[in-house]
Design a protein around this ligand. Sequence first.
Ligand code: GLU
Length: 897
Amino acid sequence: MKNGRKIATMISKVVLVFWLAGDVSVTRCANREKFNIGGIFSDEIQEAAFKISTSEINRKHPESGVELVPLTVLVPPTDVLETYKTACDFLRTGIVGLFGPSSAHSSPYVQAICDAKEIPHVETRADFAAERNESLVNVHPHPGVLARLFKDLVRAFEWRRLVVLYEGQRSLLELGSLLEFNNRKGRKVVLRKLESVDKGNYRAFLSEVKSLGETNFVLACSVDVLEEVLKQLQQVGMMTESYSYIITDLNAQTLDLTAFQYAGTNITAVRMLDPEQIEIMEMAESLQKQNAPGSDLPVLLESWKTKLETVLLFDAVELFHETLRNLTVDGKKKIRSRRIDCDGPTAWNDGYSIINLMKSTRIRGLTGDVEFDVKGFRTNFAVDVLELSLGGLIKIAEWNSTARKLRFQRPQKQSKPEDRADVFNTTLTVLISINPPYQMLKETTEKLAGNERYEGFGIDVIDELSRLLGFNYTLIEQEDGSYGVMNKTTGKWDGMMGAIIDGKADLAITDLTITSERESAVDFSEPFMNLGISILYRKPEPVPPSLFMFVSPFSFTVWFMLCVSYLIVSIAIFIMGRLSPSEWQNPYPCIEEPQHLINQFSIRNSFWFTIGALMQQGSELAPISISTRTVSGFWWFFILTMVSSYTANLAAFLTVTTLVAPFKDIDELAEQKEIEFGAKNKGATANYFRDSNLTKYKKIWSYMVHHPELMLDDNDQAVKKVQNENYAFLMESTTIEYVIERHCTLAQVGGLLDDKGYGIAMKKFSPYRNDISTAILQLQEKGVLTSRKIKWWKEKRGGGKCSAKAENSEATALDLQNVGGVFLVLFVGSILGVFGSLAEFTYHIYRRTKREKVPFKEEFKKELKFLAQFKQNVRETNRCATSSDKNLIDNDKYNFQ
Ligand code: GLU
């Protein structure tokens, strides 16, 4: 163990050295300022929590302008020297805040450095000191304040006599105010220090305490020894209905109390965090992943093991971040970190601005509102009071440190009216049917019996309800899986409905839809899940890209207008060229007074000039006059915009695959003939169409009646049919969600046709209905139902398969199919060019033979022969050029460019 710690310390030091080597001063990165914060911890969980919380905060507030960079070191709790050195090392890196240590031994030394150097010091441990040092902010409530809660509890329970069993000096300090009860209004308080014969054996001591004949105890010892103490209390016979205990450790929720929950002992505990709060579950999940990469333990069940100090670390980091954010917002204050030497005289100037603002900042953290009083102690915090019931620890009251008032959540048991049946302490028979993900048989090689055989969303709901309401339950299975239909002639129900009506089961849970017909025969709880009817069908298929897709970015009108603009602008340039005197240029600049002027914008050149610009290639023609330049400028601007729009739109057209769905809602499905459809036989979905007054739904119902072979008995059958045939299945949205998480070729088509819910069925006028409905609402409000849904829909049994695939999708390379048309155009253009040049060549020879009066055929052959000599690049003219010829040639030069 010692060696392990040493290695951990060494590794952490390497990390620190790495940081020291780099430039760790405040750096600006993408508008966020990075601030280093140090953390000294003695266990890996705290260290991991610190790192996760900083990255979580950085991720959650990308706009904040502040980015926290955690530097951590693991130091054994008793190694004061090492802690001191580490704190100094941190100061030398230029940290803006120091978190930890969690050990009471070394904390004063770090505190002393932080006070001297004015570095904000943040702690999460229970600190008994009556005063807070200047630089310290501790998010853990002061134990003295908590003692008032125990006083209030003792008062509320009307204990006249009590024994405080404390573990050490500190626990005694914590409970100082309880002593005030002694001798007041005839109360008696006895203090006994927990003593063990040899380490961990308290039996002799407890037997002696038992002989005192007292029945009310306050157990002021840490959770580390509590489990053992409670076990030994049971062994000495002090875990019976006549005994009552208050556990003072705020981490009582981490205890496994299953062994004591049937003994009838009154055990009261307190906590500052709700392990079923969704954020705490997520935090526990991240911690678990960090600790055991690849582990697939049932994470959501592990959150109850999370310690308060770990959760407080999250709140502390959030508070620190919020403070820096407030301080630096809009450049209000510039925080400059500074490397500080422990032995030097300098302190950090900005430290107190952070410390003071942190004490007046208020945030909503994982442990409720985090705020401080003027002396820097946490104030206005809430604590849950729990009671051990048959279903485990359940919340019975809430206590607020400022109001100092215990608010009990439900009336005390005695005050319940006698005539109202209570689900508490009863054993209920719960009827289920196997239908994933609501109820499933566990996949294991072990032979399981009783409730252990089943798992699923519905089982979790029942389990949560049993914990909350304190009942036991026995699961029984509906063999044929039928939810039940009413026989129209006898009026009798079969299936699960029949079993509830006949009293064979107290509750029935599955994806049982609350319908008016069913509600007339049984009672339903409040819905635990909401849904509507939708369609399960194959995912739309991509349309094969067209050969001429490159034309798609513009509509026909735009292409047409583009051609028209090209014509108009070319002609306009031609006319303007002729009209503008400056476009008429001297062809021989060395002749001062030329006989001819030429104009570059012949009709052909004008068209060539505009097309050259349109294709973004240029044409070596440069407009000279103001008018031609103006038109050219506007033409170029027009082209710039058009080409950019074309390019952008073309990219989208080429990369996005267009999907075609054969129908997009129930109306289109009902109208077409090719795709068959159906629903679950005798299920609520089919009945919805049966009972609907809408003509379109009546039509669907008549189709169903005429195609009984398309009405299926279970979801697996339906999924296979949808995958392999041209078949659509009308299904409830929640089940569709489950299916499409696992079968990536399937999808929900269209929205929801109605809005309804699944409820727990029970006998008409059932005495449990109110309790169960209230508990369902509580589970909904606390986010427990949502987390269970995530667990069974997205995480367990192949969940998340399709979403993971979607994340991996990357941009695909363009295929020849996508750009084939462009190749075709190029090919056709080249062929046209070849034919054009042949025509030009023939015409040229024809003109020459005419002029020189020689036979065309011979001249043509001769010319071809010459051209076939590929090495010959120079040719002689067969006549001398006259000056008029020269003019002609020059003219040609301009006109045939
Ligand atoms: N939840 C339905 C029922 O309670 C079964 C599924 C369905 O009809 O789509 O009958």
